[in-house]
Design a binder for this molecule. Structure first.
Ligand SMILES: Cc1cc2nc3c(=O)[nH]c(=O)nc-3n(C[C@H](O)[C@H](O)[C@H](O)COP(=O)(O)OP(=O)(O)OC[C@H]3O[C@@H](n4cnc5c(N)ncnc54)[C@H](O)[C@@H]3O)c2cc1C
Ligand code: SF4
Length: 479
């Protein structure tokens, strides 16, 4: 364990951010790393609890509480405390293919379930994870080559974190892995959704290079079910993994929705990511510069629209959320070690947005075909309008960030005639990961619905385990 009395002696310290005035002038990451001595002291706070909920399993449901990839957090905290960074990196990579990614963008359910969080003082697990990964990468990412080739050919559709994790695991098991991606580069939402100021794309590029040297072949511009028939893919491979994400955005079908200036978040955010990386754009530019922006939806995607609008120089940014404002502090006795409902303030929220909760937008109105106003009302806990609370707000750009309902059904899924679950996601259990179509598997948001990067990595790894077992009869890949 860390230092026996560390948690009594050392206060929690975490990474700071560049001041708002500086960071909104650029698109780079702005988190300031902790110095080594401070980081080791933070790792010393880990108590190596008898039941480490940070990487544990719920006694009630058997589902993970804390880290979804079951990172062995107390073990690497101890290694960092002792300055054994190389051993810590080996341990971390044994459960997580892309810890430099989760160390940047994971909401850290591990910290919510840390025993020290009972006193609002959890170990800075995510920061320590990020530093272990960054130090290992600074020494050069080496390929982990398989000891033998199996001669089996596997297709992975989609190169988001689920597809990448599955592909890397399967290549390391000796299979000939081909990733088919409709976009020009790999990464899925890591590259085209999450803005550069949260995670620069060099982190994706490095992993793609590592995977290529491990034998994974990436095929870009291949939209399976559109420009390559899905059944052809099934015929040409011994197994197919569907990891296409949950791309169908939730719409707001109210009067005025057809007006110009109202866009889905995922029409807006990828444009900026492409602008930053110098990729060519398609379609008319959607820019917040000089505009009154209203972002509808209070989650991660909404927050990314806020930070992006502010950096583009919006005149004002307002954020509406239909749910009531959650409490600033959760009731620990009711929630710990589970993920609590509480007010979340992201770095983008700190950059200059007006946030309003319990707001329902009832109508858009406009001039010359372009949106000018939102007509809104406050609602009660059952989303019923509160009489007399109606109000209007001016807007020239409205960004809809209300989540994603399920994967796209047109194209690949229809062509494969794969069974869907009640929510419209691809139906497959988390044991075999196999769909209703023989030798076709599914993982990540395409199977579980809109979720998190860390869950996508977990599913990609578990799905690879299931595919390897299907192909070879047994597997040494970890679940
Ligand atoms: C704006 C935004 C910000 C987010 N921020 C965070 C965050 O900070 N932290 C966090 O943990 N999670 C975040 N998330 C959620 C997270 O990004 C997703 O849960 C995760 O990326 C899902 O991974 P995936 O591999 O299942 O799918 P995706 O990342 O969606 O990747 C799917 C890939 O499949 C490709 N594809 C789909 N269909 C086909 C086809 N037919 N042929 C070829 N290719 C196809 C797509 O082009 C895409 O590249 C965010 C999501 C969004 C939208
Ligand atoms: S992946 Fe997320 S939950 Fe797991 S240790 Fe890292 S920050 Fe915590």
């Amino acid at each position: 364990m860390g230092k026996v009395t560390g948690f009594l002696e050392i206060e929690r310290e975490d990474r700071d951010y560049q001041p708002v005035a500086e960071r909104i002038k650029h698109w780079r990451e702005f988190v300031l790393p902790l110095p080594e001595q401070e980081l080791r002291a933070q790792a010393a706070r880990c108590m190596d609890c008898g039941v480490p909920y940070c990487h544990g399993t719920s006694r009630l449901t058997g589902a993970p509480v804390g880290c979804p990839v079951n990172n062995q957090i107390p073990d690497w905290n101890d290694l960092v405390y002792r300055g054994n960074w190389d051993e810590a990196a080996l341990n971390l990579h044994s459960t997580n293919n892309f810890p430099e990614v989760t160390g940047r963008v994971c909401p850290a359910p591990c910290e919510a379930s840390c025993t020290l969080n009972i006193e609002e003082n959890p170990v800075t697990i995510k920061t320590i994870e990020c530093e272990i990964a960054d130090r290992a990468i600074a020494q050069g990412l080496k390929p982990e080559l398989p000891t033998r080739k199996t001669g089996k050919r596997v297709a992975v559709v989609g190169s988001g974190p689920a597809g990448m994790a599955a592909a890397q695991q399967l290549a390391r098991a000796g299979h000939d892995v081909h990733v088919y991606e409709r976009w020009a580069k790999a990464g899925g939402l890591l590259r085209y959704g999450i803005p550069d100021f949260k995670m620069e794309k060099v982190h994706v590029d490095r992993r793609v290079e590592q995977m290529q040297s491990e034998g994974v072949t990436f095929h870009y511009g291949v939209d399976v079910g559109v420009n390559v028939p899905a059944d052809q893919l099934v015929k040409e491979h011994d197994a197919v993994v569907l990891a296409g994400g949950a791309e169908k955005p939730r719409d707001l079908p109210i009067p005025g929705r057809e007006l110009k200036g109202i866009h889905f978040a995922m029409d807006f955010l990828p444009q900026q990511n492409r602008r930053v990386s110098g990729e060519p754009q398609t379609g008319a530019a959607i820019l917040a510069t000089g505009k009154k922006v209203v972002v509808i939806g209070g989650g991660d995607t909404g927050s990314d629209c806020i930070g992006t609008s502010i950096r583009q120089g919006a005149a004002s940014v307002t954020n509406f959320e239909i749910m009531p404002q959650p409490p600033e502090h959760e009731n620990k006795l009711l929630t710990w070690p589970d993920w609590p409902l509480k007010l979340r303030i992201s770095s983008s929220h700190e950059e200059g947005v007006t946030r309003e909760f319990a707001v329902l937008t009832q109508k858009f109105s406009g001039e010359n075909g372009h949106v000018k106003k939102l007509h809104c009302v406050h609602v009660d806990a059952k989303f019923q309008p509160l009489p007399g609370s109606e109000f209007e707000i001016e807007a020239d750009l409205v960004l809809l960030a209300m989540g994603f309902v399920h994967p796209l059904h047109e194209g690949m899924l229809k062509m494969l005639d794969v069974a869907l679950d009640q929510r419209g996601n691809v139906s497959a259990d988390t044991d075999a990961y196999v769909t209703s179509v023989p030798k076709v598997f599914a993982a990540g948001d395409m199977r579980r619905g809109q979720s998190l990067v860390v869950w996508a990595i977990r599913e990609g790894r578990q799905c690879a385990h299931a595919v390897d077992k299907f192909l070879m009869g047994s597997t040494t890949l970890p679940r």
